[in-house]
Design a protein around this ligand. Structure first.
Ligand code: HGY
Ligand code: MN
Ligand code: MN
Length: 412
């Protein structure tokens, strides 16, 4: 076996860096709350930058705040082989979603630096801005702007519930970079991530060889009825926006179940007003997150929900306004890069299985502009987007070794 094949990452250093990073935004229950473009996001980005500089990586930041740490290659004609993920989390997120993929990419570069190994193609570790889409929409914003899925000015103008814009917040935290989005594009992109579902753990498999990602639609639904007194207003005269919203929640779940086993439907956000115990709610805002592995099925799910909203509006004498806030089609990753991941897992003697991701990832946008593949590792109970999110050090290390060898094979 040549020197390269015997290369292994430093699992303890990877775990230690994950635990250090998890302190930034740590919550009582052991999770992480680090919303995009907050001071905590800045702190995490700064820590990543300090670690990257420790191993001599050159840093650049693009117009939407994506950060790239670059290790030069020996062949100036080659473009970068890139790996990365995101540092922003859900409001009640965990230590590993996104953070693992960023630090696994860094660990690959640290390992090559320790071993003095040079690659023909340059290597880059990437941090994508606002993958979660929780504070600002659309979801997977930074990678989407980089891949040309969203116009830059649209992204910079997006506002959170307090009215702060992406552009203002990037400037405020010092990550309004100069580099143009999407130039240069990488030669290939890999992303390591926890599965965020139960399949690997249930089948006692260490590595997920991810062949693609389900499609997604996010709708923001505003329902307008009429505030009214809860006492004197007869039931038949009410225009109750929360009653209408309750029927929407039922509909979203029924539509997903009708498209089993791949269909997914979630109402995760709801705001009712005036939210007073003795007032019939006159206004509700809620979201619908629809997903499916097949584009036509996803179209059918969205069409059914829109039709059902019309019926609910008529039945409750309320007015509905539907706005699409995010969308991406189901994607298939590049077979050659998927094969690199599978070959690396096999060569490392790791149990592995091919699978489709239910969760969206920055790799979805990268797959539109560069050959892309992902590496999954198990997470405890398949739990994610939950403060109790957990993963085993040996699984995280194994996934990082797969990332290392898939990147080495690609970078030459
Ligand atoms: O919503 C998603 O699938 C991703 O976690 N942002
Ligand atoms: Mn993620
Ligand atoms: Mn997530």
């Amino acid at each position: 076996m040549g020197k390269q094949e015997t290369l292994r990452v430093n699992g303890q250093r990877l775990w230690g860096s994950l635990m250090d990073l998890a302190r930034i935004g740590a919550t009582e229950k052991g999770g992480v709350r680090r919303l995009a473009l907050t001071d905590l996001d800045r702190e995490a980005r700064d820590l990543f930058g300090a670690w990257a500089r420790e191993v001599g990586l050159a840093l650049r930041v693009d117009r939407v705040g994506n950060v790239f740490a670059r290790r030069p290659g020996t062949d100036p004609a080659r473009r970068a082989v890139m790996a990365g993920s995101h540092l922003d989390t859900q409001p009640s997120g965990g230590k590993f979603d996104g953070n693992y993929g960023v630090l696994a990419a860094l660990e690959v570069l640290r390992t090559l630096d320790d071993a003095g190994v040079c690659t023909a193609a340059p290597l880059e570790a990437a941090v994508w801005t606002n993958e979660e889409g929780s504070r600002f929409q659309p979801v997977m914003m930074g990678s989407g702007a980089y891949a040309g899925a969203f116009p830059l000015d649209t992204v910079l103008a997006a506002r959170d519930l307090e009215g702060r814009s992406v552009g203002e917040e990037l400037a405020r935290i010092g990550y309004a970079g100069e580099s143009p989005c999407g130039q240069p594009l990488p030669e290939a992109y890999f992303e390591a991530h926890i599965e965020q579902g139960p399949v690997l753990e249930d089948t006692a498999t260490t590595i997920g060889v991810v062949s693609g990602v389900m499609g997604l639609r996010w709708l923001r639904i505003t329902i307008t009825g009429q505030d009214a007194h809860a006492g004197p207003t007869p039931m038949g005269l009410r225009r109750d926006a929360l009653l209408a919203a309750a029927r929407v929640v039922e509909a979203v779940n029924a539509i997903a179940l009708d498209h089993a086993p791949d269909g997914r439907g979630t109402v995760g956000f709801i705001q009712a007003s005036p939210n007073s115990i003795n007032v019939v709610p006159g206004r509700v805002q809620l979201t619908a997150d629809l997903r499916h592995g097949d584009g036509q099925a996803l179209d059918a799910m969205e069409a059914r929900l829109r039709a059902r909203c019309d019926e609910i509006a008529a039945g409750t004498r309320t007015a509905f306004h539907l706005e699409e806030v995010s969308r991406f089609a189901p994607c298939r990753f590049d077979p050659a890069r998927v094969e690199s991941v599978r070959r690396a897992a096999a060569a490392l003697g790791l149990s592995h299985r091919t699978m489709v991701s239910g969760a969206g990832h920055d790799a979805v946008h990268l797959s539109r502009v560069a050959p892309t593949a992902m590496v999954f590792v198990p997470c405890e109970g398949g739990l994610s987007h939950n403060e109790l999110e957990n993963a085993r050090p040996e699984h995280l290390e194994a996934g990082c070794n797969v990332l290392l060898h898939a990147m080495l094979e690609t970078a030459g």
